[in-house]
Design a binder for this molecule. Structure first.
Ligand SMILES: Nc1ncnc2c1ncn2[C@@H]1O[C@H](COP(=O)(O)OP(=O)(O)OP(=O)(O)O)[C@@H](O)[C@H]1O
Ligand SMILES: [Mg+2]
Length: 276
């Protein structure tokens, strides 16, 4: 299995050397945990070694991301001018409905993007009415997707020639788009990103009650991996730790790891395991 090295000191050894190529990894944490910095560090490290990165920002404007990088010694502006990083700022105060995934796909092709950061999935979901989400058009059966054809041929046993009528028969009830759940849209987001063959970090806000769960409640299940950043008060001090809650196909560290955030970015410590 090919792995994508995050380059965040201390993180790769916790996940067998890196994130499996093509995975969607959710970075969960409460406000100020370090989600944006961790994902920017992942993108920056990739761009330095020729794996071009796309940073999609719904939460902040592009200059905040550039300035955050500069503060940590990462020259994002230079990498942008060299076409190694592209920052896609998603406007929220517009009358336009944005076809975000169409836009992402065109940038991925244009810039040869290998790594994507989506910051954040939670704010995208909170602003979902702003976006034009392409759901399958149930009224147009003239052309079937590859997935649909192979499902009908292999699982249902229907020949290609009679597919449109068969689909009609298999699905007699009309679906109302207005009733499509937010959870379904989260699954569609992961599907759309998986099609791009990039390796992705999606930032998500932790739910108020449970640190390892997201506010939308399903992306931690729909994704391939979860990195949780805990930012908790211990005595009189706020302490950051990291756990790998999930990483499919990987023997992941089961421990809680201290995380250091300095003016050089994030470093994750190996666990001080106390036995007995
Ligand atoms: N140079 C630095 N040295 C030490 N800590 C820093 C530095 N720069 C930022 N921080 C810390 O990082 C925090 C912000 O990190 P980041 O923006 O990655 O958080 P986040 O999890 O994305 O938060 P949000 O959910 O609000 O977007 C700040 O609150 C600050 O505590
Ligand atoms: Mg952030």
């Amino acid at each position: 299995m090919e792995r994508v090295v995050t380059g965040v000191p201390g993180l790769d050894p916790l996940i067998e050397g890196g994130i499996p190529k093509g995975f969607n990894v959710v970075v969960i944490g409460h406000p100020g945990a370090g989600k944006t910095i961790l994902s920017l560090q992942y993108l920056y490290n990739g761009a330095l070694k020729g794996e071009n990165g796309l940073y999609i920002t719904v939460d902040a404007d592009g200059d905040m991301i550039r300035d955050q990088g500069q503060k940590l010694g990462w020259d994002i502006r230079k990498l942008e001018s060299e076409k190694k990083i592209y920052i896609l700022e998603v406007p929220l105060n517009t009358r336009l409905r944005i076809n975000l995934f169409g836009l992402i796909e065109s940038k991925v092709k244009q810039y040869g993007i290998k790594r994507i950061v989506f910051d954040s999935l939670s704010s995208f979901m909170f602003n979902i009415n702003q976006f034009n989400i392409q759901l399958p058009n149930i009224n147009d059966l003239s052309e079937l997707s590859r997935e649909e054809s192979s499902y009908l041929e292999e699982e249902v046993g229907i020949r290609s020639g009679s597919i449109p009528e068969a689909v009609q028969k298999l699905r007699p009830d009309p679906i109302h788009y207005e009733t499509v759940s937010r959870q379904r849209i989260v699954y569609l987001v992961f599907r759309e990103l998986s099609r791009l063959n990039t390796t992705n970090m999606l930032v998500a806000s932790a739910s108020a009650k449970k640190i390892d769960s997201t506010v939308d409640g399903v992306s931690e299940f729909a994704c391939d991996g979860v990195i949780s950043i805990h930012n908790e008060l211990v005595g009189a001090k706020r302490v950051r730790t990291v756990t790998i809650s999930k990483m499919r196909s990987t023997n992941q560290s089961p421990y809680i790891h201290d995380m250091e955030l300095s003016d050089k970015g994030i470093t994750i410590k190996s666990a001080d395991v106390v036995y007995g």
